[in-house]
Design a protein around this ligand. Structure first.
Ligand SMILES: Cc1cc2nc3c(=O)[nH]c(=O)nc-3n(C[C@H](O)[C@H](O)[C@H](O)COP(=O)(O)OP(=O)(O)OC[C@H]3O[C@@H](n4cnc5c(N)ncnc54)[C@H](O)[C@@H]3O)c2cc1C
Length: 456
């Protein structure tokens, strides 16, 4: 839609055959096999909401008309924590909407956008390449589809998501592929959806809370629905019983801040997802593209474990970056376009990828230490500060807003902590706090609630 608004003719080739239904029935009626996480909890961070409103205001309006709710991350917390509403707090408004509903609205909008043609049930099976340029870099000039059709284009955008096979397709056709960094994130998610009439239960703690052995994500959605998700270590064999709805429920009730979110009608069973990779692809190495004419965007470029809910915001930010790069490189050759894309991606997106991976590694190690009953105290100032930020956010309203700037994807940790006096303030607010800021069960109590026999 962004490229079409700039006058480009865009053809979307989508593997899944079924067109988006009315948003009101999208959760029940729309199956998207191309996206494994389609029916798993999603939350659109304030950055996503802001970008959508600025760049695609009609889609933003359609989303609200389609059932999405604006969810104010400050207003929903107790005043004792927020210190009351302040100027500028409107930058913490998220969008509460289930993924199929959000996507139905976006996909229907794309279908009516002049300049965009959406073709469903078409699988990209290969890339078409031109003879390499004088520097030996091959150029992609289109794709081959499952029907044997060849679709030619000035630019191929790989928006194929976390399972995009573009590197393999490039390898087969031209013997080149981007370098990749990849590893299993090590988390497993156990999610349940709920529904109730009336307003959402009051939020006692921020939507993503760390506890001993698990994190809990409490994510409001559209039409009176919400989800509660445990993020645990995939190595934690004892907590695998959370697949069972009764055990899940018994454990969830041990967390006082969360109790009110469980007194509602459950929608379906426990939804489990594991084996989620963190992965980033490098299409330009040392200033030299490995291939031109193709650029990845969103998860196809880099994807992370979703416990901080940044994927869609990163993908939308990346789409805007791509639009801006294409706009600025007007008239330049494909190699220059690739270089500009790589530069902008490294400047705007990669710091978010790195910071997400960095804090996830620490959090997983902390969870694993809880599981083994040992303390987690790495000699890393960054981790100490981020623990103080979490604890201090319940004690100092300025620290809360610093934490929310990061959680909302409005500012990177280094930007927030680079503000004058901020580090001192964070460390003072977090000083002497318990390991976990919000009360919850210890490991032994958790396992007992899960019905797991605890060795004496
Ligand atoms: C469990 C889980 C929970 C998450 N929760 C959140 C959250 O709360 N907030 C958030 O912001 N993000 C979340 N994410 C991340 C979010 O889902 C992704 O970042 C987002 O979907 C990326 O969008 P995308 O357009 O890049 O790729 P996708 O949404 O994956 O879309 C890729 C599309 O490409 C199509 N495709 C693939 N290959 C081909 C082919 N060969 N030919 C034709 N079509 C093809 C697929 O069918 C699909 O439609 C979560 C992810 C997971 C795994």
């Amino acid at each position: 839609m962004l490229l079409a608004q700039d006058g480009h003719r865009v053809t979307v080739l989508e593997r899944d055959p079924v067109a988006p239904p009315e948003p009101a029935v999208a959760w029940e009626e729309w199956d998207r096999r191309g996206i494994a996480q389609f029916h798993l909890p999603h939350f659109a961070l304030p950055r996503f909401r802001d970008l959508l409103e600025t760049e695609l205001p009609a889609v933003s309006a359609a989303l609200l008309a389609g059932g999405a709710e604006e969810y104010d991350l400050v207003d929903e917390l107790p005043e004792s924590v927020t210190g009351g509403r302040r100027d500028g707090d409107d930058r913490y408004v998220a969008l509460a909407v289930r993924r199929p509903v959000l996507e139905a609205v976006v996909a229907r909008s794309a279908e009516t956008q002049s300049g965009v043609t959406v073709r469903r049930g078409v699988v990209v099976r290969g890339v078409l390449t031109d003879t390499p340029d004088r520097t030996g870099v091959p150029r992609v000039v289109g794709v081959a589809t499952s029907d044997g059709e060849q679709v030619r284009a000035d630019l191929v955008v790989d928006a194929g998501g976390r399972r995009s096979t573009m590197p393999a397709l490039l390898d087969v056709s031209g013997g080149v592929a981007p370098a990749e960094e990849r590893e299993d994130s090590g988390f497993v998610y156990f999610a349940r959806f709920f529904r109730a009439d009336g307003p959402f239960p009051a939020l006692q703690a921020t939507v993503n809370q760390a506890y001993s052995s698990v994190s809990i994500l409490t994510l409001p959605s559209d039409r009176g629905t919400w989800s509660v998700t445990f993020a645990a270590s995939a190595r934690d064999k004892e907590l695998r019983v959370l697949r069972d709805a009764d055990r899940w429920d018994a454990v969830a009730r041990c967390f006082p801040a969360n109790a009110a979110w469980l007194d509602a009608e459950p929608v379906g069973d426990v939804r489990v997802m594991a084996g989620i990779e963190d992965r980033i692809r490098h299409y330009v190495a040392g200033g030299r593209p490995v291939v031109t004419g193709v650029l990845p965007v969103g998860d196809a470029w880099a994807c992370t474990n979703p416990s901080v809910g940044r994927g869609m915001s990163m993908a939308l930010t990346h789409a805007v970056v791509l639009r801006d790069v294409v706009r600025a490189a007007d008239g330049e050759g494909p190699a220059e376009l690739s270089r500009r894309w790589a530069e902008a991606t490294a400047a705007v997106l990669e710091p978010w990828y790195r910071t997400t991976i960095g804090s996830d590694r620490h959090r997983l190690a902390e969870i694993d230490a809880d599981r083994c009953g040992v303390p987690y105290a790495p000699a890393d100032r960054g981790w100490t500060t981020s623990k103080a930020l979490a604890a201090g956010s319940r004690r100092d309203p300025d620290v809360l807003r610093g934490m929310l700037d990061i959680a909302s994807m409005q500012a990177l940790p280094q930007e927030v902590l680079g503000r004058p006096g901020m580090v001192e303030r964070v460390l003072a607010a977090g000083a002497g706090a318990p390991q976990y800021a919000v009360p919850g069960p210890d490991r032994r109590e958790l396992l007992a609630a899960a019905g797991v026999t605890v060795p004496v």
